[in-house]
Design a protein around this ligand. Structure first.
Ligand code: PLP
Length: 371
């Protein structure tokens, strides 16, 4: 096997992958309409259910070709019945993306806004549900990647169910990293792309959700042709295939990544990401830099760091210095505070973070940002 230069990606996905996942893509050419390929997707769909402990008699997984945002689009355009509303519990950029999707499709949406620095307030979520009996869907991001805040989805899901609504959670930046049990966590639909928690490649996204609700959605208003959940589900059920061309090589990579996921184990993987996060926190503190989110509500996967208070600070210069040495840092996503992000996704470990902070310190000294 050839070796490929290893980069440590501290951006919030795509994440650093193993060489075995990279090389899993190098396979003989195959037409994805072959039975052999449908068989691979069948196994992949079953394994995805296992990642979130979804019982196969109640949940199904549906694959799509696209980046993670395609899942947000599909869930929202496909799962809102005629004359009903969606409640978006919104404390950040990714929840705001769901609101934007609603606007694009002219779907009635209650945008329940909270501070991006805090978890949503459950009493206000309940009040919105009480005041609006026409809410059919409650939506909230599990891990708000823009800040690193972890949202209380189990509680939000319970409230949704108490008021006869379904609960959709955007779990793109937590699935495969923070243990999720869709039944216990009251999640009817969750989603991710293969490039984040599963440490595979970009181009494959998937929705895991309740089969009975997908079947019922056959009679809901159709708002998209390419991105309709029921149509894709039905096609998989009938043929075992994606309706349109799948991302063939990414599927091979994801199958390998899932093997590695189950070999590492849910708890061990969670512990590894957490150790990487702790190392990031420590490195930030050692450099005297400030963070913006209280650790008690942090996911343990993303650290938002304030720009250093120095006239010499220049994100791009520091980024480039690190990038040339194999480390990628990423801009923040908070409109009111200038931040950059350091993330604990991917096939990386505590030693990578130690190496990174040697380089980051050099960069900060090189540009006279710190002495
Ligand atoms: C990464 C991410 C997405 C998808 O973003 P893409 O750029 O489409 O891959 C959606 N939601 C959350 C919470 C994410 O972190």
């Amino acid at each position: 096997m050839k070796s490929v230069k290893r980069n440590v990606l501290l951006n919030p996905g795509p994440a650093t992958t193993t060489d075995t996942v990279k090389f899993a893509q190098v396979v003989p050419d195959i037409c994805p309409r072959e039975e052999e390929f449908a068989g691979l997707m069948k196994g992949l769909r079953a394994d995805l259910l296992k990642v979130v402990h979804a019982p196969a008699d109640q949940y199904t997984s549906v694959l799509f070709c696209g980046s993670g945002t395609i899942n947000i689009d599909i869930c929202i355009n496909s799962l809102i019945p005629e004359g009903k509303k969606i409640l978006v519990v919104n404390n950040g950029a990714y929840n705001s993306r769901a609101v934007e999707v609603c606007e694009m499709y002219h779907i009635p949406c209650i945008d329940l806004k909270f501070s991006v620095f805090e978890q949503p307030k459950l009493d206000l979520v309940e009040k919105a549900l009480q005041d609006n009996p026409d809410i059919a869907v409650v939506y909230c991001c599990h891990h708000e990647t823009g800040t690193g805040v972890l949202n209380p989805i189990r509680e939000i899901g319970a409230l949704a169910h108490k008021y006869d609504a379904i609960f959709i959670s955007d779990t793109t930046s937590s699935l495969g990293m923070i243990p999720l049990d869709v039944v216990k966590d009251n999640v009817d639909f969750c989603m991710a792309s293969a490039q984040k928690g599963l440490m595979a490649m970009s181009g494959l996204s998937f929705i895991i959700g309740r089969t009975d609700i997908i079947k019922a959605s056959k009679n809901y208003p159709t708002r998209s042709y390419y991105c309709n959940l029921y149509l894709q589900y039905e096609y998989f059920e009938k043929t075992g295939e994606m309706h349109f061309t799948p991302p063939v090589q990414t599927i091979y990579a994801t199958i390998q990544a899932l093997k590695e996921y189950f070999a590492e184990g849910e708890e061990a993987k969670f512990a590894r990401h957490h150790a990487v996060y702790e190392a990031i926190r420590k490195g930030v503190e050692n450099l005297g830099l400030q963070t913006v989110i209280d650790r008690k509500i942090e996911s343990g996967l993303v650290v938002s760091v304030k720009y250093p208070d120095s006239p010499n600070w220049d994100f791009k210069k520091v980024h480039d210095y690190c990038y040339e040495r194999g480390f990628t840092i990423y801009p923040g996503k908070i409109s009111t505070t200038n931040t950059f992000r350091l993330c604990a996704l991917g096939a990386i470990n505590v030693n990578d973070i130690k190496d990174f902070f040697v380089v980051l310190k050099e960069a900060l000294q090189h540009y006279n940002i710190i002495v």
